[in-house]
Design a protein around this ligand. Sequence first.
Ligand SMILES: Cc1ncc(COP(=O)(O)O)c(C=O)c1O
Length: 302
Amino acid sequence: MLLVGAGAERLGKKRIIAETGAGQHGVATATVCALKGMECIVYMGEKDMERQAPNVARMKMLGATVIPATSGSKTLKDATNEAIRDWINNPGDTHYIIGGVVGPHPYPDMVARFQSVISEEMKSWQFFEKTGNNLPTHVIACVGGGSNAAGAFYHFLNEPSVQLIAVEAAGEGMSSGKTAATTQLGTPGILHGSKNLLMQTEDGQVVEPHSISAGLDYPGIGPLHAYLFESGRATFLSATDDEALAAAFELAKLEGIIPALESAHTLHALTMMKWVQEDIVIICLSGRGDKDLSTYMKHISL
Ligand SMILES: Cc1ncc(COP(=O)(O)O)c(C=O)c1O
């Protein structure tokens, strides 16, 4: 993120904009803007501002202006719409820092490369240090805008022995009409300037996505993940809201980690696979479940 801030500075841009779902990307952008003394405007769905209030407070404390997106499902897609509108109206002084592997080229490629530090660290030392092996058998990550999965998969893409598993949000269930399982329900389409798989009507209208997590309810998956799905290089699974919640409570009790609700979807995938003794699995997991405490509190009796 620091590099991106420095890049914007070099381009002479004084105003930074970003979109955010769960608020993590917004907080990262606000942090670098505070450090660099740049103006920061973050677009966030109105619904997400409510359910991710701690991250809204963090962004504001860091000096950012958080602007609610009030159209559509009032979530990530709508925040991205507003950010793109801002960007095309202010081309002279504004740099757009996109959080997902979405948007027009070269953004999906750039974001995947920036996030690839995740698999670089896994592959170059973290995995060997923990297991004494060079390669895992599986890498699992959740997919909303696709960035953490792109980063976790990146340096394993050319390692055919490593199975890549992406987990989408099934929301209230695949046939409920309240879901974000793009690969299951999507068809090729164009959203936010790139061709990918998209939940859409026959007329090409975007279907409003739903997930209990603010970071996974995006109606597309970006071109990289669409390719990984269609080529079969990655396996796409999904977890419902309830399955993600149950996995989050289980992880907290078993490991002492309160996961971000997005990552909790990833954990559920562990119950969907057939494992053998030799499997060694990497899960891309965020422990920032503190941002989701208000949602967890509503379901604490599970
Ligand atoms: C902790 C966490 N994981 C996953 C995601 C999903 O986004 P992406 O698919 O771009 O990694 C988010 C989005 O805000 C997030 O905050």
